[in-house]
Design a protein around this ligand. Structure first.
Ligand code: KIV
Ligand code: ZN
Length: 508
C-alpha cells in the first residue's frame, strides 16, 4: 500500500457552507492559488449546479490554478454531473465528485428511495461521469450511519462502474475514533474490488472528533483525507487539514506516511482563509492559533529556553510562523520592508509594493515597532482584489457622553468626492448611516467584530463586518485595519459595500 496520503481540500465548497460565509470569485481564486502553493492534491472548488456564481468560480479555478486536481461536486443525477463537468473540464486534472446518501434514515426521510434504487442511481451517476473523465469520486453521504454490508455493496458496484475514489463521510460528526477505524476496516474487508480505488474519509466535527477520526481511518488504510483550512464548514465544521497534516508529520514515527504539503505555507493559508471568510481563528486552536506556540508558565519558558523540545513538539517555523529577530520601525527603508515581505511569502507588484510601503511608513509614525502581524495586516488590507468603487477620503467624528454621535464622511467615487453627515446611536452607527446615505444602498449590519493585531496601546485595530444585502439576502464581508478603530470600522464597511457593488455588476 502506498505511503502517500492525498489531501483533498473542500474549503471552497464545504467550508463556504459555514453559516455567514460567502466568497466572491476573486476571493475564491485567491484562496485556490494559495491552496496550490500549500501543496494540496485536490481542490473541491464548489458545487457548480447550485448557482451561476458557484459555476463561474469553479470554472475560474479550473482554468487558472495549475498543479492540482480540481473537483466539482454533483448529486447523483445527470444534470448535476453535466454542470460539474462543464465547470471543471478545463482543469489540468479534472475530477467529478458525485454523491448520494446511503443511511436508512436519509433514504426514508430525505430521498424516499429504497436501497436498490440508491444503488441504481449511484451506478448510473458514476457511469455518466466516467464518460467525461477517468477521475471520478463517489461519496456515500452519511456513510458512518449506514449499514456496513449495504455500504460495501454500494461501493463494490460503483467501483465496478468506474469510481476511482470512494469516500466515507461522517456527515453528521457522529463517529468516534475506535468505531470509525473499525468501520473502515470492515469496508476494506467487505467491498469487492476495493484495491482498485483510493479510499477516502470526510469527517465533520460535531463532537470535536473530525481530526481524530480521520487519523484513525488512515491507520486502517485510508489514503485520501478531506477537510478544510481552519476546520471551517457546515455546523461545527470539517476536519482541519493543517491538524491532520501536522499530526502525520509530527508522528511520522507512528504513521510512516507523507503528504505533498509545504507545511511552511500553513500559517499564511490559515490567515488568508480567516481574513476572507471573516471567521476568526480561536487563540488556542491547534497549529495555527495565536497561542499555539506561546509558553506562559515560568517552568515551561525555562524549559524551552534550555531545550526547545522540552515543551514544543512542532516548531513554529515549520508551519510558517516566522521567528524574526528583525524589528522594523520608522527608520526602516523600502529595501528592508521588501525583504521582510518576501520572507513572509508575499510577492507584490511594484504598484502594490508602493501602496503597502506608504501604509507601512504611515504606521511607523504612530507605532514604534512594527511586528510581522502588523505587516501582514496592512498588506492584506491594502491589496484589495475587487474594484474599489468607493474609497474613504476622510472621516470626522463628534462623539462623547453628552453629545449626539455624528459622523461626517468623504467617499471618493472616481473623480467625484461625495460628502454627507449623519447622527447615530454611537460613532460606528453614525459612520455606517453616513455611508448608506452616500451610496444609497440598503444594507443590514449583521455582525461587527474588532480585534487588536498585537498588544499595546498603539496596536492596529482590525475590524470585520458582515452586511446583508436586502435585495438578494447575501452576506458580504468587509475588513479594515487602522490604529484608529473608527477609521478601521469605516474602511471595513466600505470594503463590504464595494464587494456588494462588484457582485451586482454584470460579468462577461
Ligand atoms: O458531509 C458530507 O457528507 C459531504 C458530502 C457531499 C461529501 O459533504
Ligand atoms: Zn461535508
Amino acid at each position: 500500500m502506498s505511503n502517500r496520503v492525498y489531501i483533498f481540500d473542500t474549503t471552497l465548497r464545504d467550508g463556504e457552507q459555514s453559516p455567514g460565509v460567502s466568497l466572491n470569485i476573486n476571493e475564491k481564486l485567491q484562496i485556490a492559488r494559495q491552496l496550490a502553493r500549500l501543496g494540496v492534491d485536490i481542490i473541491e472548488a464548489g458545487f457548480p449546479i447550485t448557482s451561476p456564481g458557484d459555476f463561474a468560480a469553479v470554472q475560474a479555478v479550473a482554468r487558472e490554478v495549475r498543479g492540482v486536481t480540481v473537483a466539482g461536486l454533483a448529486r447523483a443525477n445527470f444534470k448535476d454531473i453535466d454542470g460539474a463537468w462543464e465547470a471543471v473540464r478545463d482543469a489540468e486534472q479534472a475530477r467529478i465528485h458525485t454523491f448520494i446518501a446511503t443511511s436508512d434514515i436519509h433514504l426514508k426521510y430525505k430521498l424516499r428511495k429504497d436501497r436498490e434504487q440508491v444503488i441504481e442511481a449511484a451506478v448510473a451517476a458514476v457511469k455518466h461521469a466516467k464518460k467525461y473523465t477517468s477521475d471520478v469520486e463517489f461519496s456515500a453521504e452519511d456513510a458512518s450511519r449506514s449499514d456496513v454490508d449495504y455500504l460495501a455493496r454500494v461501493f463494490g458496484e460503483v467501483i465496478k462502474a468506474g469510481a476511482t475514489v470512494i469516500n466515507v463521510p461522517d456527515t453528521v460528526g457522529y463517529s468516534t475514533p475506535e468505531e470509525f477505524g473499525l468501520f473502515i476496516k470492515a469496508i476494506m474487508e467487505k467491498t469487492p474490488g476495493i484495491e482498485k480505488a483510493v479510499v477516502s474519509v470526510h469527517c465533520h466535527d460535531d463532537l470535536g472528533l473530525a481530526v481524530a477520526n480521520s487519523l484513525a481511518a488512515i491507520g486502517y488504510g485510508v489514503r485520501q483525507v478531506e477537510g478544510t483550512i481552519n476546520g471551517i464548514g457546515e455546523r461545527a465544521g470539517n476536519a482541519a487539514l493543517e491538524e491532520v497534516v501536522m499530526g502525520l508529520y509530527t508522528r511520522k514515527d507512528r504513521y510512516g506516511l507523507t503528504t505533498g504539503f509545504n507545511t511552511k505555507e500553513i500559517y499564511r493559508t490559515s490567515r488568508l482563509v480567516s481574513s476572507l471568510t471573516g471567521m476568526p481563528v480561536q487563540p488556542n486552536k491547534a497549529v495555527v492559533g495565536k497561542n499555539a506556540f506561546a509558553h506562559e508558565s515560568g517552568i515551561h519558558q525555562d524549559g524551552v529556553l534550555k531545550e526547545r523540545t522540552t515543551y514544543e513538539i512542532m516548531n513554529p517555523e515549520m508551519v510558517g510562523i516566522a521567528a524574526s529577530n528583525l524589528v522594523l520601525g520608522k527608520h526602516s527603508g523600502r529595501h528592508a520592508f521588501r525583504d521582510r515581505l518576501s520572507e513572509l511569502g508575499y510577492e507584490l507588484s511594484d504598484e502594490e509594493l508602493n501602496l503597502a510601503f506608504a501604509r507601512f511608513k504611515a504606521l511607523a509614525d504612530k507605532k514604534k515597532e512594527i511586528a510581522d502581524q502588523d505587516i501582514q495586516a496592512i498588506v492584506e488590507d491594502e491589496i484589495r482584489h475587487i474594484p474599489e468603487t468607493y474609497l474613504l477620503e476622510y472621516l470626522h467624528i463628534s462623539s462623547g457622553s453628552t453629545v449626539v454621535p455624528t459622523a461626517t464622511l468623504g467617499l471618493r467615487k472616481g473623480e467625484e468626492l461625495k460628502e454627507e453627515a449623519a447622527c447615530g446611536d454611537g460613532p460606528v452607527d453614525a459612520i455606517y448611516k453616513t455611508v448608506d446615505k452616500i451610496t444609497g444602498l440598503q444594507c443590514v449590519l449583521v455582525n461587527y467584530a474588532i480585534n487588536a493585531i498585537t498588544g499595546g496601546k498603539d496596536a492596529l485595530g482590525d475590524v470585520t463586518v458582515k452586511l446583508k444585502c436586502q435585495e438578494n439576502e447575501k452576506i458580504y464581508i468587509g475588513r479594515g485595519v487602522s490604529t484608529d478603530i473608527l477609521e478601521a470600522s469605516a474602511k471595513a464597511y466600505v470594503n463590504a459595500v464595494n464587494k456588494l457593488i462588484f457582485d451586482h455588476q454584470p460579468k462577461n
